[in-house]
Design a protein around this ligand. Structure first.
Ligand code: COA
Length: 317
C-alpha cells in the first residue's frame, strides 16, 4: 500500500487545564508534569460523523481522488451516538461514496489495525483506493469526576487515502487480553427476560498498569518491525507514536536512543484522541511539509484490550 492523502478535523471547543480546575481537584502543574497535556479539543455541539466527514473530504482532496474512486471504507471507532449502523455507513452517505464499509474497534491501536487490513485488501482485491477514517470521541466515555482519567482525552477525526504500492515495509499487531487495565461497560436495554446485574459508568483505568504495558509493548513492537524491515532506529526519520502521554513517548525515545526532534508531539494541544491520534498527527505533519518523500516513518500505538501495533512506512506522497 501507499498513502496518497491525509485529512483531519477537531472540535472547536478548547478545554484548558485551568478550565478543569473549576470542577476537579487538579492543577495545570500536575497535568502538565505527569502527561505533557496543556489543553484538548472536546465535542460540545458537533456530531462525531460531521468531524469524520470533514476529515475524509480533506484526505480525498489531498489525495486528488473523488468519492466514486474510493472502493472501500475502513472506519476505526470505539464510541459514537449510533450503536448501529456502523459509523462507516453513516460517513459513506455523508461523503457521497457508494463502496462497502467496515467498522473496527481496536481502541487506540485502531489506525495500525486498519493499515494492516488495508494492506491485505489492496494486495488481494480488485480495488483502487481505501479510505481509512479514525473518528473518536473518548470524552463521552469518561467519568468526569475521575481526575486520573478524564484529563487525558480529547476528540478528533483523522483520515488517510491508501492505494496500491509497496510503502508498508513491516507491520505487526497484537492483542493480549487485559480487560481490567482499561475498560468501560454499559447497561443494555432491559428485556422481560434479563436476570443479571450490569455495570454502567465511565472508563475504568489503572493508569500505572497501562503506562507500563504501553512502554513495554511499544518497545517490543518497534524492535520487531525494525528487524522485519531489516533496518535500525537510525534509518527512521520520524517516529509517529500514539499521543497518550509525553512520558511514554520519552521512554520509547530513550529505548531507541534517537534525537527528540524525531518524535513529533501534538498531545500538548489535543490530548489522547484514541485511534485518531496518529492519522491526525500525520495530517498535521503532511500539511506542514514535514514529511519528505522517500523517508521512513515508524508508527506505534497501544490501547484498551490490550491491543498494540507498529509499522514501518515509507512516505512517498
Ligand atoms: N490531578 C491531581 N492529582 C491527581 C490527578 C490529577 N488529575 N490524577 C491523579 N492524581 C493523584 C492520585 O490520586 C495520586 O494521589 P495519591 O498519591 O495521594 O494517591 C497521585 O496523583 C499519583 O497518582 P498516580 O496514578 O501514581 O500518577 P501517575 O504518575 O501514574 O500518573 C497517569 C497518572 C494516568 C497520568 C499515568 O499513569 C498515565 O498516563 N498512564 C497511562 C494512561 C493512558 O495513557 N491511558 C490511555 C491508553 S490508550
Amino acid at each position: 500500500m501507499r498513502i496518497i492523502g491525509t485529512g483531519s478535523a477537531r472540535p472547536s471547543l478548547v478545554v484548558t487545564n485551568a478550565m478543569l480546575e473549576n470542577f476537579l481537584d487538579t492543577s495545570d502543574e500536575w497535568i502538565v508534569t505527569r502527561t505533557g497535556i496543556h489543553e484538548r479539543r472536546v465535542i460540545s455541539s458537533e456530531r462525531l460523523e460531521d468531524l469524520a466527514a470533514t476529515a475524509c473530504r480533506n484526505a480525498m482532496e489531498n489525495a486528488g481522488v473523488t468519492p466514486d474512486q474510493i472502493d472501500y471504507i475502513i472506519c476505526s471507532n470505539v464510541v459514537n451516538e449510533y450503536v448501529t449502523p456502523g459509523l462507516g455507513c453513516v460517513i459513506q452517505g455523508m461523503i457521497g461514496a457508494t463502496c462497502p464499509t467496515m467498522d473496527i474497534n481496536c481502541a487506540c491501536t485502531g489506525f495500525i489495525y486498519a493499515l494492516d487490513v488495508a494492506e491485505a485488501f489492496l494486495a488481494t482485491k480488485d480495488i483502487r483506493n481505501i479510505l481509512i477514517i479514525c473518528a473518536e470521541e473518548p470524552t463521552r466515555m469518561m467519568n468526569w469526576k475521575d481526575r486520573s482519567s478524564c484529563i487525558l482525552f480529547g476528540d478528533a477525526a483523522g483520515a488517510v487515502v491508501a492505494t496500491k504500492g509497496d510503502d508498508l515495509k513491516a507491520i505487526r499487531v497484537s492483542t493480549h487480553c487485559k480487560v481490567e487495565a482499561l475498560y468501560q461497560k454499559r447497561k443494555l436495554q432491559p428485556t422481560p427476560f434479563v436476570r443479571k446485574e450490569e455495570e454502567d459508568g465511565g472508563v475504568v483505568m489503572n493508569g500505572q498498569d497501562v503506562f507500563k504495558l504501553a512502554v513495554s509493548s511499544s518497545i517490543k513492537d518497534i524492535d520487531k518491525v525494525l528487524t522485519m524491515a531489516g533496518i535500525t532506529p537510525d534509518d527512521i526519520s520520524l517516529y509517529l507514536l500514539h499521543q497518550a502521554n509525553v512520558r511514554i513517548i520519552e521512554a520509547i525515545q530513550h529505548f531507541v536512543q534517537q534525537d527528540k526532534s524525531k518524535f513529533p508531539v501534538n498531545l500538548s494541544k489535543y490530548g489522547n484522541t484514541s485511534s485518531a491520534s496518529i492519522p491526525a498527527l500525520m495530517d498535521d505533519l503532511n500539511r506542514g511539509n514535514q514529511l519528505k518523500t522517500g523517508e521512513l516513518l515508524l508508527l506505534s500505538a497501544f490501547g484498551a484490550g490490550f491491543t498494540t501495533g507498529a509499522c514501518v512506512l515509507r512516505w512517498s506522497k
